[in-house]
Design a protein. Structure first.
Length: 105
């Protein structure tokens, strides 16, 4: 197809395409380096949020002095694109951050 549009023989077009592919391949990273570059640095986003709730009978554990309201805390870990990796069970709003989960293989 390229040969017909450029008024060159099929053999010449194939040779030019092959040379271009070989030149690009010689300059390209190996697969491992390319995957690392696309994947980016290995890190995660860790955040915690208070989810407001109505008052409960046992109010003290659920009252967040920081937010001045009752709630439950949820701590989440996301990848660099914001996709959820892990979420903690709900914790009383008065609690402090819990450590993130241990890394898995």
């Amino acid at each position: 197809m390229a040969a017909a549009g450029l008024a060159v023989s099929v053999t010449t077009a194939r040779r030019c395409v092959r040379q271009a592919v070989d030149l690009l391949a010689a300059r390209a990273n190996d697969l491992t380096a390319a995957i690392r570059r696309v994947a980016g640095p290995p890190y995660a986003i860790l955040d915690r949020t208070l989810i407001p709730i109505d008052r409960v009978a046992d109010q003290k554990p659920y009252y967040s002095g920081k937010h001045k309201r009752h709630g439950v805390n949820v701590q989440v870990t996301a990848d660099r694109k914001g996709r959820l990796i892990w979420a903690s069970p709900t914790l009383p709003g008065a609690g402090h951050d819990r450590p993130p989960p241990a890394p898995t293989a």
